[in-house]
Design a binder for this molecule. Sequence first.
Ligand code: DGL
Length: 257
Amino acid sequence: MIGVFDSGVGGLTVVKEIKECLPQVGVVYLGDTARLPYGTKSRETVIKYSLKNIAFLTRFQVQMVVIACNTASSYALPALKKQLSIPTLGVIKPGVDMALKSTKNKRIGVIGTEATIRSRSYEREIKKRGDYEVFSQSCPLFVPLVEEGIIDGNIAHSVAQFYLEGLKKKNIDTLILGCTHYPLLQDVIAETLGEKVHLISSAKAVAQAVKKEVEKRRINGKGTLMFFTTDAPERFARMGRLFLGKTFNGVKLVEVE
Ligand code: DGL
């Protein structure tokens, strides 16, 4: 089994990509909806929540943990790696790997939650790898829009226009969608920025990194999927069907305190 956690339902975009490239691998998913959003919290709080989530996942003898949350990857990955003896993957490095393969003009945009952007995790990882220009923008209203199912139409377009206006002037050719919810808004984002900007989904990128690890460690399974949430399972189930369609098989409420 692989353990995957996110602050809520957004990480299901990562599960979807993992299942597409590794259908045989079992996944236990925890969405910490009781404490969502992580994107507005401090580093200390996000680390504390992440440790609790991992303690829950390790009850299932998972062989690998995927932090399917950009905010938790930005703030907590180094602390978590120190404490865990199993491989732990975050979304930042895989997203950057993919972006660097895509960019031709070395001008990369990054969008994410306030915390992800404030942490400068993407910017640091990109700049470590060479002489690139990075333009960052937090888009705090994107998460509630997706959670409300508003992923197209006038409201979604106006919000995208509002946040992406500045990036449009920066001549970027690649944009990292640095939040698990954003792949659901990718059509709106693409229409706002135009076809010259290539969008990188951190969900797709991390699934490829997981595939490499799984093959290296010969992790196998029966493709079992289990979903847990820390609050409002009905809402999670509604969103689960939106994100995963038929693959979604119900969710259980748990306490991770
Ligand atoms: N899952 C979070 C992320 O990818 C977004 C939602 C939140 O703020 O908790 O950054």
